[in-house]
Each structure stands twice: as structure tokens, then as C-alpha cells.
Design a protein around this ligand. Structure first.
Ligand SMILES: Cc1cc2nc3c(=O)[nH]c(=O)nc-3n(C[C@H](O)[C@H](O)[C@H](O)COP(=O)(O)O)c2cc1C
Length: 348
């Protein structure tokens, strides 16, 4: 059904669609009857998918990637879409408008998205007020932390941002890999990342993650991940969008690419990261995951959790349930009783 609906939805500007979805999830999803309907329709429970990770309980391994709920306005509604966890943000310390529009483009045939949003968000204080109203929540909430475009002292900016969320959120993801804030990706260097996580560790005992891009030379990415872990990070989220515009037939000249076009590049980066850090850090795979088969292959490659964004846009709200069902079937086909038995089997 979503395939038909999508033809209508895709006639509108992506940001207009996003605001419509946000309005519906915010206002209608919490209504009792709607709430029950959505939960029945989209949530999937299977003991074989439920796991405890870093002290948090995930009833399934499929989370919503950062950027969809930048302002934490939809967490309750999104939970009803069946996600095992939600990554809100990226938030920045101060509110900012982001880049001029249009800044998000769909490539329907290639089931890909190119975005140059530039961390448009309401700012940490306002977003934290929203999270406070629902936290602690029924599923883990991650806060993805970004940097203000004009902040000169990046470390301080991240630090103040983190401090606003100190008692909110179950874990934190530091985003130094968005292509849409000038020079942000330059922060993916060993010394900054080490300082970043040492700073973060001095403020919180909660799990900390680094989100990396898929575009750097892999040896450099591995060094940066190593620095993050030695600074106190518990895990790596791989990957953010790519700036490899050769992956689309008619790309725009701005922003980062997500979706099917990103899949192989993201998977390759994830594989290398996992070969180096499986068993030493908790790994979260994101980038071009649209079905249970791809999700399961990343799990076997070492991902404890996976995330989706573009798949929600192209496959619709039932995608999370579909992926979870498929993972559960694939686990059983391979003779496993529980997801933990499959994590990392391909690289062990
Ligand atoms: C419109 C849009 C906005 C995004 N904003 C953020 C963001 O604010 N922070 C972040 O870490 N990643 C952001 N991302 C990247 C996603 O979290 C994810 O890493 C990427 O889209 C790859 O996953 P996918 O192929 O499943 O979409 C954004 C992606 C899109 C499409």
C-alpha cells in the first residue's frame, strides 16, 4: 500500500512531507486508539531479537538513525513504528537554521537521498526540555551531538551540548562526520577525537559512541576509532552519508548521499572497522540497510545493532517490522536461537 501512497507523497517537497509526518506522529500517534493500532500494525516481538547491550535493553536491534527526529518531537510516535531504539538529533548547543533550501533531494529510482541540511535544529536546551518530558522511555534513546556551524572552540561546543543532555538519553553519539557543517569532518582526527571522548567521559558514565563517515582512507578511520576508544568511547556507529557523488547518476553538488547508493561503501567501511574492533567496542551499522538480509549480513559482520533512515522513506512505516521478522527468520534458518550467537560470526 505504501508503494501507492509514496507516489503521492513524493510529489511534495521532502521537507514538506517531513513536517506532515512530524505533525501526524506528534498529534495523532499518542491518541489511545491510534496508539494501539500502530503498535499492533508495526511492532514486532520475538525473544530471539531481544538483547542487553551496555546495560540497556533493546527488544529488537533495529534503530532509527539520526537526522529523522532532529528535535525529539516524534519519539513516542516513532517508537510505535517498531524501532528498538531511536537516535534523536543531531542537536547543537545553540539553535540554528541549517543551510538554505532546497537542501534535501530524493532519487526515487536509486532509492537514495542526498541531503545538505546543516544541523537545522531547535538547540540543545529546547530539545532537552522535550526529552525530559518522556525520559526514561520504553526503548533506549540516543542523543546525537553535533557542533554549531559558527562555534570556534569545537570541543567546548560539544561539551556544553553534552552537559545539557547529561541526565537525559541512554547513550550519546558524537557526530564529527556530517559533510554539511564546514570543516566538521576535519575533526575526525586522532587528537581531537581522543580529547572529545576524554572530555565526555569526565561528565558521564553512560555509553558513548563515535559516528564516522565512509569516505576517509580506512587506515585513518581506524586510527580515529582507536583514539575514540582509548579516550573512553564504548562503540562506533558506521556510517554517516558519503560525499562520493559518483554513486548517483545525476547527483547534486552538495551534501551527503544515503540509501541504496551508500550501501556497499558503508558496508565495506563497517567491515574494516569490525575486523579491527569487534570484541573491543560495540558496533552499530548504518547505511543502505533496507531489508533483513542486509541487516543480518551486518550483524554477522559484527554489528550488535543496526539503524535505518532512507529505508523508512522508501519502504514506509512497516520497514522496521519487516526487517526484524526477516532477521528472526534468517537466524532460525542458520540454526541460531538468539541474535547474540550470530553477531560477528563472519569475522571471528
Ligand atoms: C535528511 C537526512 C538528515 C540526516 N541528518 C543527520 C544528522 O543530523 N546527524 C547524523 O548523525 N546523521 C544524519 N543523517 C545520516 C543518517 O543518520 C544515516 O547515517 C545515513 O542516512 C545512512 O543511513 P541510510 O542509508 O539508512 O539512510 C541524515 C540523513 C538524512 C537522509
Amino acid at each position: 500500500m505504501y508503494r501507492y501512497l509514496r507516489n503521492v507523497i513524493f510529489k511534495l517537497d521532502p521537507e514538506v512531507d517531513h513536517h506532515i509526518v512530524e505533525f501526524c506522529l506528534k498529534h495523532f500517534a499518542p491518541l489511545p486508539l491510534v496508539n494501539d493500532f500502530l503498535a499492533n500494525q508495526f511492532c514486532y516481538f520475538d525473544e530471539c531479537l531481544s538483547q542487553e547491550v551496555l546495560g540497556m535493553r533493546f527488544y529488537n536491534p533495529v534503530g532509527l538513525a539520526a537526522g529523522f527526529d532532529k528535535n525529539a518531537t516524534m519519539i513516542e510516535g516513532l517508537a510505535l513504528m517498531g524501532f528498538g531504539f531511536i537516535e534523536a538529533g543531531s542537536t547543537t548547543l545553540y539553535p540554528q537554521e541549517g543551510n538554505p533550501k532546497p537542501r534535501i533531494f530524493r532519487f526515487v529510482q536509486e532509492e537514495s537521498i542526498q541531503n545538505a541540511m546543516g544541523f537545522n535544529n531547535d538547540g540543545a536546551v529546547k530539545i532537552a526540555e522535550r526529552v525530559k518530558k518522556i525520559y526514561p522511555f520504553q526503548i533506549p534513546i540516543a542523543i546525537n551531538l553535533g557542533k554549531n556551524k559558527t562555534a570556534e572552540d569545537a570541543l567546548k561546543n560539544y561539551e556544553e551540548n553534552l552537559k545539557v543532555f547529561k541526565d537525559l538519553g541512554d547513550f550519546y553519539v558524537f557526530n564529527v562526520s556530517s559533510p554539511n557543517t564546514p570543516n566538521l569532518r576535519d575533526l575526525q582526527n586522532e587528537s581531537f577525537v581522543k580529547e572529545l571522548f576524554s572530555m565526555a567521559r569526565s561528565h558521564t558514565d553512560k555509553p558513548l559512541f563515535l559516528k564516522v563517515c565512509p569516505d576517509n582512507v580506512i587506515e585513518q578511520t581506524l586510527k580515529v576509532c582507536e583514539s575514540a576508544i582509548s579516550g573512553g568511547a564504548n562503540g562506533i556507529v558506521a556510517t554517516n552519508t558519503t560525499m562520493d557523488y559518483s554513486l548517483l547518476r545525476s547527483p547534486k553538488n552538495i551534501g551527503g548521499i544515503s540509501g541504496r547508493a551508500l550501501r556497499n561503501k558503508s558496508r565495506e567501511a563497517f567491515y574494516e572497522i569490525s575486523k579491527a574492533f569487534f570484541g573491543k567496542a560495540t558496533l552499530v551499522a548504518v547505511g543502505g540497510i533496507f531489508d533483513g538480509e542486509e541487516a543480518y549480513s551486518r550483524i554477522k559482520m559484527g554489528a550488535t545493532l543496526v539503524e535505518v533512515y532512507s529505508a523508512m522513506i522508501f519502504e514506509g512505516p512497516s520497514v522496521c517490522k519487516k526487517i526484524n521478522k526477516e532477521i528472526a527468520n534468517l537466524l532460525r534458518q542458520d540454526g541460531y536461537n538468539h541474535i547474540s550467537e550470530a553477531i560477528g560470526v563472519d569475522i571471528r
